[in-house]
Design a protein. Structure first.
Length: 88
C-alpha cells in the first residue's frame, strides 16, 4: 500500500477548527484509512513544560510554513509494512 500524506515532518501547520498550531512530528494512518498528524505546539516562554501534542485529521490542517525545523530523513528500520511519499 502506498500512502500519500499531504504534509511532511517539520512543517508548521494550524488546525482550522481549534486554532492549535505547531510542528508536525509524526504521521499515522488510522484503521479506517484516515491520515492523522501529531502536531507539537511550541512551548510558552519562561515555561519549563513541553505541551502535549495533538493528533489532528489531515482535512482540518492548513500549512503555515513549509519547513520550520530541519528533518534528517534516515530510514531507521522500524516496524512498517507500508510506504509513504517520503523518500528515505
Amino acid at each position: 500500500m502506498v500512502v500519500n500524506f499531504k504534509f511532511e515532518h517539520g512543517q508548521k501547520v494550524k488546525d482550522k477548527i481549534s486554532g492549535v498550531s505547531g510542528i508536525i512530528d509524526a504521521m499515522a494512518i488510522w484503521i479506517n484509512g484516515c491520515n492523522r498528524y501529531s502536531v507539537q505546539p511550541k512551548a510558552k516562554k519562561n515555561e519549563n513544560k513541553i505541551p502535549d501534542s495533538y493528533w489532528i485529521d489531515e482535512q482540518q490542517l492548513e500549512l503555515v510554513k513549509s519547513k520550520d525545523v530541519p528533518v534528517k530523513k534516515t530510514f531507521t528500520g522500524g516496524p512498517s509494512s507500508c510506504s509513504t511519499n517520503d523518500k528515505y
